[in-house]
Design a protein around this ligand. Structure first.
Ligand code: SF4
Ligand code: SF4
Length: 375
């Protein structure tokens, strides 16, 4: 029978799926804006949700190199769908952030007050690899010697409902990167979806408070075993692998290998891979002046190491060829990132594989480079 107890932090319980609406309502009462997976134009996006019915029930994706399609009708679960091009990065490190705006007043310029108050986001449905990506960006933007004020203002308020991934897509390889498919920590509530119930693990004091009054049952041995089997099955399903053995050394000791030129012949330098990547963080600043000359401002916008202008310095472009830009991207992600931040810069989400129009697959390119070097 359901009980009125409050589950303790670290405990695992089950709730009926409609009860999740009470959690969403409480988040909104507490001033949070719940954001979750939604369908738009036959793609999965992250957008505000009011109720569980807003989630894409019964939908999955088929993802392959350069290929993304929705499929429907084989189940009635809400969280089986694997993310598309959107990642949570857009909320913490927005693609455009105003740095300041000035208004002309006679012969003087006055700084206008900032318009936007940071939103308290509640991220609903954060996969293990995406949580790892957020942690990687935390390391970049909230370093001990410098903290990015825009990122920090958004990040410090985020409530996270993570989701254990039981149906990875064909382009996923999180097991190789040690980031998934099971969520380990850093969540407020962690959710695994079974056909009839949500299994929730309480991860924080706030997560515990939100559960007050919500009917739950302690997760039985049967339920826990079921969850464990699904996660083991998900791990076994993941066929795509990336061999991380001595990976930084493999790449950084062979920066002059002719194989880079082979990749450069196929890469379009379109920058798709960097825009969808949840860890990429290149940015530029742009100055914008109104047509009447009365206001001006500066904004931070996403950039990409694939854009020729990104590598332009006094005297010319330091990476004028496509192969040199691809090499920069991969050698940073899988090489120098480790020296800078202590981890690799890839979480194995597979987005760069799905959204590359040239079907370039980072796992295959690393394997091919390794073969060439060993040969
Ligand atoms: S690897 Fe693919 S997605 Fe990335 S820049 Fe090249 S063509 Fe575009
Ligand atoms: S490099 Fe590709 S697989 Fe790795 S985190 Fe970025 S988008 Fe995901």
């Amino acid at each position: 029978m359901p009980t009125e107890r409050i589950p303790e932090i670290g405990s695992t319980v089950t709730i009926q799926k409609p009860a999740f609406n009470s959690i969403l309502s409480r988040l909104k009462e507490d001033g949070y804006l719940p954001i979750g997976p939604r369908l738009k134009d036959e793609a999965l996006v992250y957008a505000p949700i009011d109720k569980i019915e807003d989630l894409p029930q019964g939908v999955s994706t088929v993802q392959k190199p350069g290929y993304y399609r929705l499929t429907r009708g084989k189940h009635m679960r809400y969280f089986d769908i694997i993310p598309g091009a959107h990642s949570w990065k857009q909320f913490l490190f927005p693609s455009r952030a105003e740095l300041f705006k000035l208004q002309k007043n006679g012969r003087e310029w006055e700084r206008l007050p900032e318009k936007e108050e940071p939103v308290n986001y509640a991220f609903i449905g954060v996969r293990a690899c995406e949580l790892a990506a957020i942690q990687i960006q935390d390391n970049i933007f909230m370093r001990s010697d410098f903290t990015d004020p825009i990122y920090q203002a958004h990040r410090k308020r985020v409530f996270i409902v993570s989701v254990n991934c039981t149906h990875p897509s064909e382009t996923c390889f999180c097991t190789s990167m040690g980031t998934g498919p099971r969520v380990k920590d850093s969540y407020d509530l962690d959710l695994t979806e079974l056909d009839d119930v949500f299994v929730l693990t309480i991860g924080s004091e706030l997560g515990k408070r939100l559960m007050t009054g919500i009917p739950f049952e302690d997760a039985s041995g049967y339920i826990r075993t079921n969850v464990e089997h699904k996660l083991e099955h998900a791990e076994q399903q993941m066929r795509r692998k990336l061999d991380t053995t001595d990976l930084p050394e493999l790449i950084l000791n062979h920066l002059d290998h002719p194989y880079w030129n082979e990749i450069g012949k196929r890469c379009l330098s379109c920058a798709n891979c960097t825009q969808v990547c949840p860890t990429c963080f290149c940015w530029d600043t742009v100055d914008e002046i109104s047509l009447d000359g009365q206001t001006t401002g500066r904004a931070r916008v996403w950039d990409s190491c694939f854009n020729p202008g990104y590598s332009y310095q006094a005297g010319g472009n330091t990476r004028p060829t496509i192969y040199s830009r691809y090499r920069q991207w991969m050698s940073h992600k899988l090489g120098t990132w480790k020296q800078q931040y202590g981890t690799l810069g890839c979480v194995g989400c597979g987005r760069c594989i799905t959204w590359c129009p040239a079907e370039i697959d980072i796992t295959e390119e690393v394997a091919a480079l390794r073969n060439e070097v060993e040969r």
